[in-house]
Every structure is written in C-alpha cells, then in structure tokens.
Write a protein that binds this ligand. Structure first.
Ligand code: F6R
Length: 259
C-alpha cells in the first residue's frame, strides 16, 4: 500500500487524475471502476480538464461504478447514476452506453448483482478502481462486519453512513436516505489491477489510520487493501494526521512518483 500525503485535496486530486489520464493514454480501452460521493469530485474535474485540453479521450473506455441505492431511479437527483452523469460523464467524451451503474430499481437485485460481476469479467476486469472511504472505514458500501471476500450484493447501511450521507438528501433528513444499496464486494474491488483511493479531511483520519496501520479486519473493510499489491492512497494532511509513519510514507511515495 502506497500512501501519498499531499498538502491539499486539490493536489491529491490532480495527482490521482494524472494516473488515470496516463493509463487511458497508454491503453484507450482502459476499464475503470468509479466512485461517487464528495471525495472524487475534484479528481473528476481534473480528468474533464484533460479531455477539454485534448490530452486524452475516453471514447473507448468502459466504466463500472461501485454502488447504487436500492429504490432510487437513475433520474433521482441523489442516485449515483445521476451523480456520475452530472459530475463526470457529461464532461468527458465517454459513451454513455459504456458506463455501468447498478440498477437500484432492479426487480431481482441479486440477479442484477450477479450480472454486474459477469459483465466486469467479460470486459477483462477492472484496470483502475477509484475509491473513497467512509468515516467507518467502508469501501463502496461494505460496512463493518462485511466479509473481506464479499462479492457484489445487496448491503445494509450503518446508522453512521446514513448520518454522513443525509447531507445530500432532502433537508438533510436521515429518514430520506435509503437503508439498502447494491454494492460491489470487497473481494470484487480487490480484483482490480490498480486501486486509487482518495481521503480528505479530519473526519476520515480514524478510517485512514485503520486502513493503513490497523490489522486487516472486516471491522474496517478498507484494510483489505493491505493485501493488494498496487493500491495507492492519496490523502490530504488532515486525513493522514493520525498515521504513525506519515512522514515516511510521504517521502517514500514522493520518491516513487518522481522515479
Ligand atoms: C461511493 C462509495 C462510498 C464513498 C464513501 C465516502 O460510491 O462507494 O464508499 O466513497 O462513503 O463518501 P464521501 O466521498 O462523500 O465522503
């Protein structure tokens, strides 16, 4: 696990976007795994800037998103499909038909999840998986207590995630937040060839500490990334503030990124 400690979220987002831009330039058929939430927004802006500047094209890229709320239509403003369309897909030249988000209205959610897994495999697997991290250490919606080998399935949100995400719903009300989601599993995520996780702000410091320096445990599902051999964690100073070896990670990753 490589921890890149940046002065700001802007710097971290630019570095992470650069990794994706370079990968897509090298392989125009890159398969991306994408995340929603507040964290990747600046990175998506930087990716869009690179497209506008004609540095890269996403015409042949395919994408699969991590998760979707059960019960929300793709047109619902808080659905993750809507989020992706607004925050990334409309701003780059990706074909909408090449973008995939789990269907929160699927009549048979388990079948929808199985098909999602099959489709990812058919596409050759995910080359780069973008992740955020929940304040409880979740990746995608894999809450504490989820098997580290889990596959895409219907999951149940913790009260703390419902509270964190209520800010985006009608009047910030927790009762507006769906209690279930369809989510890629930890096992599914860990099969990506490369992982790029972003974490910003002091609200994420405990989760980052658990992910990087805690034991591998289903209590902090992000800790499974310790077992991945190409996982890059881009944090700002606040998110990295509880790491014992923060200065060492910063020096090591800076040296690797330069080389
Ligand atoms: C989003 C996702 C979640 C978020 C996490 C952090 O698709 O899977 O794991 O990455 O909840 O959310 P933000 O970025 O809003 O703090």
């Amino acid at each position: 696990m490589e921890v890149v400690v940046c002065k700001s979220k802007e710097e971290a987002s630019a570095l992470a976007a650069e990794i994706i831009t370079k990968a897509v330039k090298k392989n125009p058929k890159t398969v991306l795994g994408l995340a929603t939430g507040s964290t990747p927004v600046l990175m998506y802006d930087a990716m869009a800037k690179a497209v506008k500047a004609k540095k890269v094209s996403y015409k042949e890229v395919k994408s699969w998103n991590l998760d979707e709320y059960v019960g929300l239509a793709p047109t619902h403003e808080q659905s993750y499909r809507y989020f992706m369309n607004e925050n990334l897909f409309k701003k780059i030249d990706i074909k909408l038909s090449n973008t995939h988000v789990l269907n929160g209205l699927a009549k048979n959610p388990e079948a929808e999840c199985k098909k999602y897994e099959r489709d990812i495999k058919k596409a050759g697997g995910i080359d780069i998986q973008v992740l955020g991290i929940g304040s409880d250490g979740h990746i995608a919606f894999n809450e504490p207590g989820t098997s580290l080998k889990s596959r895409t399935s219907v999951v149940y949100l913790t009260p703390s995630t419902i509270k964190d995400n209520a800010r985006l719903f009608f009047k910030g009300k927790e009762k507006e937040v769906p209690t279930r989601a369809l989510s890629m599993g930890v096992g599914t995520i860990c099969e990506a060839k490369k992982i790029v996780l972003l974490a910003f702000g002091k609200n994420k410091a405990d989760a980052v500490k658990g992910m990087v320096e805690g034991g591998v445990s289903q209590f902090c599902t992000a800790s499974a990334l310790q077992m991945h051999n190409d996982a890059w964690i881009f944090c700002d100073e606040e998110a990295a503030s509880k790491l014992k070896l923060k200065d060492y990670y910063a020096w090591r990753s800076a040296t690797k990124l330069q080389g």
